[in-house]
Design a binder for this molecule. Structure first.
Ligand code: PMT
Length: 382
């Protein structure tokens, strides 16, 4: 008999791994407040028969210390999630937007990206009042109308996370609240989720000391366990544990009747489709959207039980003409199929947002699932 927990999720049933994960890693302080908001939002839209999409967005962090000074992060700015949320609202969904705090938000994203300050959109009129610059009026009024409509109709609920544990707690609890929606629920998992983490019981309480005179202070919170991030000599050694793949629990347990869309991010074009198919087969959900880091705004591949389909920004609209840049950075991921783009077509910003093509496809798939009565097996071809 041993008291040590097997946290790998391998060789133990995933529901055991779930129990262990959520026992060791405490819920976020704001959980109950967020859940009260979510419950009210879901009940209202369920009553009105509206479809509800939970859109996850941005990257999760992995703190190295309990009183966190240092953490591991990833690249995601939340563009995919924030943009997709707008198109889901356009398509008539109510959206729960579970995002990394301070990452991009629907609508305001148009004015908060990192190449321009929102102040660049403003000017001053003759009376000294702040006004929107004339060249931005037309687009801003459109965005403002959509934003005000979503607020007036109460069709968007914004929740946030920072760490992997805050993300997983909320994903699980909100998914359970969404169960009564049945097949009217959709999960669109665009967040970049950490695969490795430091469990709370192996975290140092205080800031990791690098000065050798103080390294004996690097102890885990309960003092008994070797900290997962520690100094050895002058080096920082980080010994991370795998985060159980909770996608399986979402599919089988937390949201058995919902449409579940996951993403597969890769950097090597030669394995993208294979990995997407592997994920679909392993987790038995509805759709994997594969994307490559460098081309994700221009092309994605939909892998579902219905088959494999590339969705691409049409070649004549690949880059904004105003960008004028033609250097060879992005590399075509679409690989072998027809209409392969030239590398220079993946530079700058695409002329249209690929999410404007993706979300109608996802909504149509959802429509087919609902029409078939929501059973996951029914829309899978033999
Ligand atoms: O925000 P942007 O800059 O616009 O970038 C968008 C994006 C590239 C982040 C997005 O399009 C995307 O691909 N998101 C998913 C990234 C990701 O986590 O990929 P993955 O291959 O590591 O994981 C695959 C799936 O497993 C994900 O759906 C994830 O929810 C799930 N997962 C991951 C880790 C984990 N421990 N448990 C999981 O269930």
């Amino acid at each position: 008999m041993t008291n040590e927990l097997d946290r790998s999720g391998n060789g133990t049933p995933l529901d055991v791994a779930e129990g262990q994960y959520f026992t060791i890693n405490a819920p976020p302080k704001a959980l109950n407040t967020h859940l009260a908001l979510a419950r009210e939002f879901i009940d209202r839209h369920a009553e009105e028969g509206r479809r509800v999409a939970l859109v996850t967005s941005g990257g999760t962090t992995v703190p190295l210390e309990n009183q966190t000074v240092r953490y591991i992060d990833n690249f995601s700015a939340g563009t995919r999630g924030a943009t997709s949320a707008e198109y889901f609202l356009d398509a008539g969904y109510a959206v729960i937007f579970l995002h990394r705090q301070f990452s991009l938000l629907p609508y305001s994203r148009h004015y908060s990206h990192n190449t321009r300050s929102f102040l660049d959109f403003m000017g001053e009129d003759e009376q000294g009042r702040v006004v929107v610059n004339p060249e931005h009026q037309e687009q801003m009024v459109q965005v403002l109308r959509q934003y005000n409509k979503a607020k007036k109709d109460n069709t968007i609920l914004i929740l946030s996370f920072v760490t992997i544990t805050e993300y997983l707690w909320q994903l699980r609890e909100v998914a359970k609240l969404m169960r009564p929606l049945g097949s009217n629920a959709l999960f669109y998992l665009a967040a970049a989720v950490s695969d490795f983490f430091v469990p709370q019981d192996r975290m140092t309480e205080h800031k990791i000391q690098s000065n050798e005179e103080f390294t004996e202070k690097n102890r885990s919170a309960d003092g008994a366990k070797r900290p997962a991030a520690r100094t050895e000599g002058k080096s920082l050694v980080i010994d991370l544990e795998p985060v159980p793949k909770f996608l399986k629990r979402l599919v089988d347990g937390w949201a058995p009747n919902a449409l579940i869309v996951s993403f597969k991010l890769e950097t090597d074009p030669s394995i993208l489709v294979e990995k997407a198919k592997y994920a679909l087969n392993k987790y038995q959900h509805d759709l994997v959207i594969g994307n490559l880091l460098t081309t994700r705004k221009w092309e994605v591949v939909f892998v579902s039980p219905e088959g494999e389909k590339w969705v691409r920004v049409p070649s004549h609209r690949r880059t904004k003409s105003s960008s004028g840049i033609e250097s060879l950075v992005g590399k075509a991921g679409g690989a072998n199929g027809n209409g392969r783009a030239r590398e220079h077509e993946f530079v700058g910003e695409p002329a249209i947002e690929i999410e404007s093509l993706m979300i109608p496809e996802v909504a149509a798939l959802h429509g087919r699932l609902v029409a078939q009565g929501g059973s996951k097996t029914q829309h899978r071809p033999d």
